[in-house]
Design a protein around this ligand. Structure first.
Ligand code: ARG
Length: 400
């Protein structure tokens, strides 16, 4: 008796997930492996990947076109939440996991599989995100993670694959571990494991080196409708086109690189490099529009929500009821967040230089120092008396 009969395996086309196919069948007695590759706008042809899975033993090889759902249902809510893990990482990889989990669960349901599988190791965040998301969506489904158990080194994995005709990587494989989708690239391992070592320019694909960026600034206007980005430079764009366009614009000016040491959920500190041009730019612009359209209290309270929200995403709790409840709060706050933000892109910087909104709470008659000033200066005196009262009482008491 194997661990499962029919398994849907999350498939990337790489050596490790390819090796999972014969491994599941031969070592764990799985009868049928169906692979599922998700197109999340990583800009890679998935046709060959589909063929590859069949060649090495998959009974069915699925390719899910999920870029639009990814941007609309996963990235955009995170933008409304200004979600930045540890104040820096816009969660480009983390956001993809609950969606892939959903695709796996849906496929398992459709094909009558009794388990799903992924190729994550036991050290990362992604295994947690997959396992917990799958449990949320179908608690009866088994989750198999062969790479968490097989204890093979990279060389042994390649060797194991060769026994089943899976060729070793042709080029000396890159020392980096890279995850990519439309939102960005996450790069770790190899020389980056030393946090003192500057990343080589060769690792970047979506963003230009400052030395190669234009010598003239470029302005871009981003329009939001209820907190959702809807147009660039006055042109309405669908979510995928909008993110692609901003990736190009921001990337060209070297915007969106992050080099950080982050705290993984499993307790390990890891050094990560990210390039997420559009996502960072959108969060930056969105937050600015909120400064114009939300009251002070909502903004401050939302900041705490944003912190929790980012941690939920990072820690694999996308489908947790707390995340649902926070979504309701965030969506409510976004009702008035419509307008346009003007950003200057230049030499790695995205500087907000203007913002406007029909819902703007900015009141020139109150803000001005000119003759049109409508603010009642005398009222300030009584306000300050009441506001400062506890301080005055405390001070008097202290001085006896
Ligand atoms: N540390 C990031 C996260 O947990 C990215 C993980 C994947 N990175 C990679 N290079 N394979 O979301």
């Amino acid at each position: 008796m194997g661990r499962a009969t029919k398994v849907v395996l999350a498939y990337s086309g790489g050596v490790d997930t390819t090796v999972c196919i014969p491994y599941l069948k031969n070592e764990w007695g799985v009868e049928e492996v169906i692979t599922l590759a998700a197109d999340l706008g990583q800009g890679e042809e998935l046709g060959p990947i589909k063929e590859k899975a069949l060649k090495y033993g998959a009974s069915e090889s699925l390719v899910a076109d999920a870029t639009e759902v990814f941007v609309k249902d996963y990235a955009f809510p995170a933008i409304q939440a200004n979600a930045l893990y540890e104040n820096r990482y816009p969660l480009s990889t983390a956001l993809a996991r609950p969606l892939i989990a959903k695709l796996l669960v849906d496929a398992a349901d459709k094909y009558g599989a009794d388990a799903v599988a992924h190729g994550c190791t036991g050290k990362g965040n992604d295994q947690v995100r997959f396992d917990v998301s799958i449990a949320a969506l179908n608690p009866d489904l088994k989750v198999l993670a062969p790479a968490r158990e097989w204890g093979m080194s990279r060389e042994q994995t390649i060797e194991y694959g060769e026994r089943f005709g899976i060729p070793a990587p042709v080029k000396k494989s890159s020392p980096y571990s890279i995850d990519r989708n439309l939102l960005g690239r996450s790069i770790e391992a190899g020389p980056l494991e030393d946090p003192w070592t500057e990343p080589l320019e060769e690792i970047f694909v979506m963003t230009k080196a400052i030395a190669d960026t234009p010598d003239e600034p470029e302005y871009v206007e981003i329009t939001f409708t209820q907190g959702l980005p809807t147009a660039v430079n006055g042109k309405a764009l669908d979510p995928v086109a909008l993110v692609s366009e901003l990736n190009t614009l921001a990337g060209r000016h070297g915007i969106g690189r992050i080099d950080m040491v982050e705290n993984r959920l499993v307790g390990i500190k890891s050094r990560e490099i990210y390039e997420t041009p559009a996502l960072l730019l959108l969060i930056h612009a969105h937050r600015d529009l909120e400064s114009l359209t939300l009251t002070k209290d909502v903004t401050l309270y939302k900041r705490g929500i944003e912190e929790t929200y980012s941690q939920l995403i990072y820690n694999g709790l996308w489908y947790h009821p707390l995340k649902d409840a926070l979504d309701a709060f965030i969506i409510k706050t976004q009702e008035q967040v419509s307008g346009t933000v003007r950003v200057k892109l230049f030499k790695g910087n995205a500087t907000i230089v203007g913002r406007q909104s029909e819902q703007s709470l900015y009141t020139p008659d109150l803000a001005t120092y000119g003759a049109d000033d409508q603010f009642d200066h005398k009222a300030a005196e009584g306000f300050i008396y009441v506001w400062g009262l506890p301080t005055r009482v405390w001070s008097q008491k202290l001085r006896g």
